[in-house]
Write a protein that binds this ligand. Structure first.
Ligand code: TRP
Ligand code: ZN
Length: 860
């Protein structure tokens, strides 16, 4: 391999505090999509002992000029490299530095730094995008007051925004407009934002608990102004919830959100000026699914909550990303639990964790939630940092109890307001509230991999107790603390004991006294609600599993017990080579569930048969064609057994009102679940029902589900359903994302569909939402991606090569989907390796991609 200079690896041991800082900056932008001039005027300050050279980061910048204390600097006094500028002999401990450069936003397809999206210019600076805008000390422990002047042609940029408060707006003699923004709160570069464009402003307001009026504004591209009301409602709910739950009030008089079409991730918490992927702001009942509405609520909450956990108290370095992300995900999960249904929300979060985080933690990209090293920080915005990080915070809240946890957070925010800290400061605040140390908690931040917990039972005749031994199978060198919420039942399903054990270290015991002389074995439900993010194996018979799947009063554990019964059936069927009789247990439990009057949304989850990916991850079995045969067999049996029940369920929930209430969402979900099973009826009698539902739908959740099901089944109605949907939605780019995705997300041999669809005039490789819809959806479809011929790998590898030059962050994200290749059957690991090695040999390989490819190749 011919690689010029390898990218530096940043390790946690190498971290040292900033010696040079810039507490204040005046930024001036002459905005133009093709050539924007940026000038930064820093107040520079030295914090060390003896003066050292000053380095400013800067990438892809065209240098114009440098002045120190107003005087132009001789070129011999500094050096410019592709990563920045070094000033050899700074004049004193404090001075003024003015530096000017030019950039070209319209050619920036990485969507990091200042770039063009549609008719607007906007920024993305987390984690290290600011250095692509202007020379700067671009690290989170360098915090500064920002004073920002934006100058531009009002014809193209009637709206010009930045963080904080609008100070002045005036016309210039040359017809240009100038706007001045000032942010009173010091912040690191990654929280800086700028937006300029011909945008429509929509308005609302919120009155804080202390009676202050906050103006709320959402900016959208023309034509989308009718799609913001749900986002405003979500924002007001989030603001109120943070006041009610944590006493946290918003701290500026203005809060702005901008909806951006081309966006690498979900959303970004820039101070006072959140930028959002348009798909997480814009929604109306016709074009958005119930899932989209819930994502909008959660992400608006998430970014808003960052104002305290992330912005007011920020990070010392990127290793501690989980300090703001894990904590803020935990806060947004709690928020959604309060706004919707706690059990259903917890089920969704656990399913997500198991489907995405557990595999990451056991694959080539595994890392502790505080990583030890990184080459490209963008690669560490992972489900481990976010979701496992949130699980550890949840663990803390379970150990302390939610009220004490609130106190801990209050201590943390009071103590470290305005500072950049690490997870250690968070933990110590929690310990302060708790009144004692939390043993082994810190190890959760350093140990990678999902803890495997082994549970064994025996009877202690002397004490007349059943003893359960709970053991962490790999405690060294990082023993952990666990919360184990459990409940014990008798053979009839009556609750006989309940508790919450805090396990410090490798082993714990749960002892259950038998009621006088009654020695019957208790059935125990462990880690209820997944009270610790672990995989556990408890000794249990089918019959016992069934009791929990039916009787466990905790809905979350009841749900997962039923899932386990399904996994057990699949496992036995694989082992015996024939479908095992456990299916009758599944059918009996389903029969039982039909008689219950469970919450509609809850029941719809209970009815959902696990996906191929969920099954394979759970069983560590990757013969997808075989799993598909088994899965289809089971679904068909369920369908045949309960045709009547599903018909009734469908009818009962047929009429829905297109509003976002718990009742109507539940009805739509149940109706779709019933339709899914009915479509598997061998008579194929119900396809008309699907077609009719799609055509008469008043809500996107009713419209998209039949389309997805007809595609999954390769129904004869599929093509006309696809065309019909397109004709109705061809002008709505966000709905087309869903349409693209649906066509490749299920079924075999979708590689050809990808090749056809990427030629479609509405497809665009430069738009991450489109790339996610087509390439990511395809690569998450195991039947197609892991096709034995390797056609899926070849297709995705070729697309990664193209994306490497366009958008390295997205290219690296797509590459991560090769992580499961090493577990596949036959030639597949070898084929994957060959494809990835070709990528590795690209002449212009980005550091994002280089880091990921290298790790995955090592696993192959
Ligand atoms: N901090 C963002 C969040 O709330 C995530 C983020 C990181 C991001 N990098 C980004 C968003 C790049 C958009 C683009 O989780
Ligand atoms: Zn976040």
């Amino acid at each position: 391999m011919t690689s010029s200079s390898p990218s530096p690896v940043h390790t946690i041991e190498d971290y040292s505090p900033c010696l040079w800082v810039t507490p204040k900056v005046h930024l001036r932008f002459e905005l133009d999509p093709h050539l924007t001039v940026v000038r930064a005027e820093y107040e520079v300050s030295f914090l060390g002992d003896t003066l050292s050279p000053l380095f400013l980061n800067g990438e892809n910048l065209e240098f114009l000029s440098l002045r120190l204390n107003g005087t132009v600097v001789d070129p011999s006094e500094f050096e410019i490299t592709p990563s920045g500028i070094t000033i050899f002999n700074p004049p004193s401990r404090e001075f003024q530095l003015t530096i000017e450069n030019r950039i070209c936003p319209s050619e920036n397809t990485s969507l990091e730094g200042l770039y063009q999206s549609g008719s607007m210019l906007c920024t993305q600076n987390e984690p290290e995008g600011f250095r692509k805008i202007v020379y700067s000390i671009d690290r989170p422990d360098n915090m500064m007051r920002f004073f920002v002047t934006l100058a531009g042609d009002p014809k193209y940029f009637p709206v010009m925004l930045s963080n904080g408060n609008l100070i002045k707006e005036f016309g210039l003699s040359d017809g240009k407009k100038e706007v001045i923004w000032e942010d009173p709160f010091p912040k690191p570069t990654y929280l800086f934002a700028l937006v300029a464009g011909d945008l429509v402003e929509t308005n609302d307001h919120f009155t804080t608990k202390s009676g202050r009026r906050v103006e709320l504004k959402i900016f959208v591209e023309k034509g989308n102004e009718e799609k913001v009301s749900f986002a405003f409602d979500s924002l007001k709910k989030a603001m109120k919830w943070d006041e009610d739950t944590f006493g946290l009030e918003y701290d500026l008089d203005l809060f702005m959100i901008v909806a951006v079409e081309d966006f690498n991730m979900g959303a970004m918490e820039n101070k006072g000026l959140n930028l959002f992927n348009a798909k997480l702001v814009l929604a109306d009942k016709k074009s958005a699914t119930d899932e989209t509405f819930e994502s909008i609520l959660a992400v608006i909450g998430h970014e808003y909550f960052h104002n305290w956990t992330g912005n007011r108290v920020t990070l010392r370095n990127w290793f501690n990303l989980t300090l703001k992300e894990g904590l803020t995900v935990f806060r947004d999960q709690w928020f959604t639990e309060d706004m919707t249904d706690p059990s259903v929300k917890r089920i969704k979060d656990i399913l997500f964790l198991k489907e995405h985080q557990f595999p990451e933690d056991q694959g080539p990209m595994a890392h502790p939630i505080v990583p030890k090293s990184y080459t490209e920080m963008n690669n560490f915005y992972t489900v481990t940092v976010y979701e496992k990080g949130a699980e550890v915070i949840r663990l803390v809240s379970e150990i302390l109890g939610r009220e004490t946890f609130k106190k801990g957070l209050e201590l943390y925010l009071n103590h470290y307001d305005g500072m950049g800290v690490t997870f250690e400061e968070f933990v110590s605040s929690m310990e302060e509230a708790y009144g004692k140390p939390i043993l082994y908690l810190r190890n959760w931040y350093h140990r990678s991999g999902t803890p495997m917990i082994d549970i064994k039972k025996h009877f202690d005749p002397k004490e007349k107790e059943w003893v359960f031994t709970i053991q962490d199978t790999k405690p060294d060198p990082y023993p952990l603390i666990f919360v184990n919420s459990y409940a014990a039942f008798d053979a009839k399903g009556n609750l006989i004991a309940e508790g919450k054990r805090i396990q410090e270290g490798a082993v714990d015991e749960i002892r259950l006294k038998t009621k006088d002389g009654n020695l019957s074995e208790p059935i125990v439900s462990f880690f209820r609600g997944l009270s610790s993010p672990v995989l556990f194996d408890a000794p249990m018979t089918k019959e016992e599993m069934r009791i929990l799947a039916e009787q466990e009063p905790d809905g979350v554990s009841r749900f997962f017990s039923f899932q386990n019964l399904i996994f057990l059936w699949i496992n036995e069927s694989i082992r015996k080579g024939t479908s095992s009789d456990t299916l009758s247990d599944i059918l009996e439990t389903l029969r039982f569930s039909f008689q219950k009057n469970w919450d509609k949304t809850y029941f719809s989850f209970y009815l959902l048969f696990p996906s191929l990916t969920q099954i394979s991850e759970h069983l560590q079995f990757y013969d997808f064609p075989k799993l598909e045969t088994l899965r289809k067999f089971a679904i068909t049996e369920i369908s045949k057994t309960f045709t009547k029940e599903f018909q009734i369920l469908y009818e009962e929930n047929r009429k829905t009102i297109p509003v976002q209430t718990k009742e109507e969402i539940g009805k739509r979900r149940l109706k779709n679940a019933a339709l899914y099973y009915l479509l598997y009826d061998p008579s194929r009698n119900f396809e008309r029902l699907a077609v009719t539902q799609q055509r008469e739908a008043k809500h996107m959740s009713e419209e998209i589900a039949p389309l997805r099901y007809l595609i999954e089944l390769d129904s004869k109605e599929k093509d006309s359903a696809v065309t019909h949907f397109y004709d109705r939605w061809k002008e709505d780019s966000l709905v087309l994302d869903v349409w693209f995705a649906a066509q490749v997300a299920t079924g075999r041999n979708r590689a050809n569909d990808v090749i056809t669809l990427e030629q479609h005039k509405k497809f665009n490789k430069k738009n991450p939402n489109k790339v996610r819809s087509l390439y990511f959806s395809f690569a998450r479809n195991p039947l197609s991606f892991h096709d034995v011929t390797g056609s899926g790998y070849k297709l995705i590898a070729d697309r990664i090569k193209e994306l490497n030059g366009l958008n390295p962050q997205i290219a690296a994200g797509l590459t991560k989907l090769f992580s499961s290749a090493s577990k596949q059957e036959g030639e597949l690991p070898k084929i994957a390796k060959r494809e990835l090695e070709e990528i590795q040999n690209l002449p212009n390989l980005s550091k994002d991609l280089g880091e990921v490819v290298e790790k995955i190749i090592k696993s192959l």
